[in-house]
Design a protein around this ligand. Structure first.
Ligand SMILES: CC(C)(COP(=O)(O)OP(=O)(O)OC[C@H]1O[C@@H](n2cnc3c(N)ncnc32)[C@H](O)[C@@H]1OP(=O)(O)O)[C@@H](O)C(=O)NCCC(=O)NCCS
Length: 156
């Protein structure tokens, strides 16, 4: 498969269908859609995956708000590539990259661990308090947000 990577600066809304795979509430996606760094990957010319990372207060800490790979491209290294590509583009002063996920030991949680993130803390009731509808992931309702972090992320 031929992979190509592109930083997305304009027309970010075109990626909404893929972004909704990771964060099913459009109003939540719109809050960060136009912030920070957005990178997309194409597989054989087709949209395959996308990631958005935004700076937190102060700019040294960043958070991955969304990473999504189209199902037919799963388990082929594209998610890992997206994380690497975002890390490459972080400013020099960035020293911590956060990511939150809805399930402890879920597929995404294990994926983040594979990418070098370590579990840090839980934000209780995040999904219940912030989403109008229940969020179901792998058959389980998401209640708490599990945050993982990475402090050493220079690739290549
Ligand atoms: C999570 C996601 C981004 C992973 O993308 P991907 O391209 O399949 O990931 P990779 O191929 O780079 O996976 C790297 C490693 O992570 C781990 N991993 C990835 N997906 C996994 C899963 N569902 N279950 C367990 N481990 C998983 C594996 O160790 C994998 O290596 P392997 O395939 O050699 O075993 C993708 O499944 C996805 O988009 N899911 C839907 C959206 C979503 O849940 N996003 C995260 C929101 S918190």
């Amino acid at each position: 498969m031929q992979l190509s990577v592109e930083e997305v600066k304009e027309n970010r809304e075109e990626w909404m269908p893929l972004l909704l795979l990771a964060d099913p509430e459009e109003t939540m996606v719109e809050k960060y859609l136009h912030q920070g760094i957005m990178v997309a990957v194409y597989g054989d010319g087709e949209p395959a995956g996308v990631i958005i990372a935004v700076p937190l207060e102060g700019g040294r800490e960043w958070e991955i708000k969304n990473v999504a790979v189209a199902p037919r491209f799963w388990r082929r290294g594209i998610g890992t590539l997206l994380i690497e590509e975002v890390e490459r583009r972080l400013p020099k002063e960035a020293d911590t990259l956060w990511v939150g996920t809805g399930g402890f030991d879920s597929g995404p949680f294990l994926f983040y661990e594979e990418c070098g993130f370590q579990f840090d803390h839980v934000l209780e009731n995040f999904f219940v308090d912030n989403y109008p509808e229940p969020i179901i992931d792998e058959g389980e309702q998401c209640v708490d947000m599990y945050y993982l972090k990475k402090t050493s992320f220079r690739w290549g």
